[in-house]
Design a protein around this ligand. Structure first.
Ligand code: ADP
Ligand code: ZN
Ligand code: MG
Length: 500
């Protein structure tokens, strides 16, 4: 059976009468194009500031406005950042890359072309893990951003569009993946992993709301088992991981319905609309030939010596993936805990490692950070451990008081709360509030006896073999002591009183 997508003429062809085969299963094929604004202070080909949010057109000059005769000069820091990303993502940096003019007309593109890279990009190859999938990178190239159109007014007849060129000429890298992804969830994971690396190496602020990190998703379907690809749609405007996943899920369903009803997928650019949760056709897709690419005559080819690449490699910080592995190996944490500390809570891995260095047990420190610290951070509307009002050694001191059984773990929660409010040390709070546990045998014995006398029922049940009652009785002792009894010692005494 010929099942190339374009040949799926009608349902009848696929299911001749009497054919008991299952309906065709379609496999999604997804590739991502990610635009990442580099954190340089100035633009890629001029000295204008890249600061976000300045009044429109206050950060422009003849170069980024594309005035006649103005010449671009490549920003070395932009190349340095692009190299960092290229090395961190395992690509091969090309010793020579070439800037090219990508010609198209749009009001936000003052020169009538964008300086980008085409057939000789900065870097090729590389790999990023997304869930179970290893996604190959096709390339990383450098380019300039365009300006921004601002649409004002309603109804349409009264409206006007103004252009802000502050963003024109801001340095970008574009990261292109091979079409290796097969699910919307893995695509979101891939984007998330790329963002994580770009932020960790300090080249991106990762801010998707302000558009400094943007993702276009290419998606097509093909009958399962088919090796050639079907026609794809490119979905733009997905500015969050959740939207990326939703947009792809919508698009996969849309294309499947189209194919199943005998239609064809148009090769086009579509726009994600987060209000309706759908994608809408925007324009039919240009091919590369439409852009009339040619080498940029105003810029020489970019030479990157191997020594430069090696210097960049040597200076890279530890990447999240490597750090998770190291935290597991060095501190005996499981993957889940290490992952939460390194990936989920900003600053948590640093806080954790410093707490352990100050003497806390790894699992205990991890539990405090993931439990109480995270809860308090949420309360104050922060996610970042840098907002914790005390340092790692203060947390280590608290855990030590619990480990040495000076305070019970329930008292420790109160001490923690107080530390958060007052920034005083755990020890001084324990002393001031008299929270140290009652380890004194005589005092504990008196409490145990009182509890035994007050609970004849549970005691009898325990003696009759219902051992779960023991926990209840210890709980009563803890309650009687306002949480200050040492539970282990109270348990021992209780056992000696009511028989083991
Ligand atoms: P275009 O010429 O439309 O820009 P490219 O070949 O440059 O297409 O690929 C752009 C992105 O689309 C890449 O991420 C690539 O992996 C992905 N892609 C290419 N073909 C397909 C396809 N048939 N289905 C899904 N994704 C695809
Ligand atoms: Zn400028
Ligand atoms: Mg392309």
């Amino acid at each position: 059976m010929d099942c190339r997508v374009l040949d799926l003429g009608s349902v009848d062809n696929r299911f001749p009468i009497g054919d008991s085969r299952l309906p065709i299963q379609y496999e999604p094929v997804i590739g991502l194009e990610i635009h990442c604004q580099l954190l340089t202070a100035t633009k890629i080909f001029c000295g204008c500031s890249t600061t976000f949010g300045a009044p429109p057109n206050t950060q422009t000059c003849p170069v980024c406005l594309g005035l006649p005769g103005a010449l671009p000069v490549l920003n070395r820091q932009a190349v340095e950042f692009a190299l960092r990303a290229a090395v961190a993502l395992g690509t091969t940096v090309n010793p020579i890359s070439v800037f090219a003019r990508k010609n198209y007309f749009y009001p936000d593109l003052p020169k009538g072309y964008q300086i980008s890279q085409f057939d000789q990009p900065l870097a090729t190859g590389g790999l990023v893990r997304a869930g179970e999938t290893a996604v190959r990178l096709t390339r990383i190239h450098m380019e300039e951003d365009a300006g921004k159109s601002l649409h004002h007014g309603f109804p349409e007849s009264d409206s006007q569009t103004l252009v802000d060129f502050n963003r024109a000429g801001v340095p970008l890298i574009e990261i292109v993946t091979e079409p290796d992804l097969r699910t919307a969830a893995d695509a979101a994971a891939c984007f998330s992993r790329l963002r994580e690396v770009l932020v960790a190496i300090g080249v991106s602020d990762g801010n998707m709301d302000e558009g400094s990190l943007r993702c276009d998703a290419n998606v097509s379907l093909r009958p399962a088992g088919e090796t050639t690809f079907g026609a794809k749609a490119e979905v733009k405007n997905v500015n969050s991981f959740r939207f990326l996943q939703k947009a792809l899920e919508f698009e996969i369903d849309r294309q499947r319905a189209l194919l199943e009803s005998g239609g064809r997928v148009a090769q086009e650019t579509r726009l994600w609309n987060s209000d309706t949760g759908t994608t809408e056709s925007m324009r039919s897709k240009e091919g590369a030939h439409d852009y009339r690419y040619f080498p940029e005559p105003d810029l020489p080819p970019l030479h990157v010596e191997p020594e430069w690449v090696e210097r960049v490699r040597a200076a890279l910080p530890e990447l999240p993936e490597a750090r998770v592995a190291r935290v597991m190996a060095a501190h005996g944490l499981n993957h889940y805990d290490a992952d939460v500390l390194v990936r989920l809570i900003p600053g948590a891995a640093d806080f954790f490692e410093a707490t352990v260095a100050a003497g806390a047990a790894a699992k205990t420190a991890s539990n405090w950070i993931q439990g109480e610290i995270r809860r308090k951070l949420k309360e104050i509307g922060s996610e970042d451990c840098s907002a914790v009002p005390f340092g790692p050694s203060a947390l280590a001191e608290l855990t030590e008081l619990v480990d040495r059984q000076v305070i019970s773990s329930s008292a420790a929660k109160d001490v923690f709360e107080e530390m958060w409010q007052s920034r005083r040390s755990a020890r001084s709070i324990v002393d001031a509030k008299g929270l140290a546990q009652i380890g004194d045998v005589a005092a504990l014995e008196a409490m145990v006896d009182a509890v035994v006398a007050a609970n004849p029922g549970p005691v009898a049940q325990y003696r009759a073999g219902k051992t779960q009652t023991f926990g209840f009785l210890v709980g009563q002792v803890m309650k009687a002591s306002k949480g200050k009894a040492n539970p282990a010692r109270a348990g021992e005494i209780l056992k000696s009183r009511i028989g083991s």
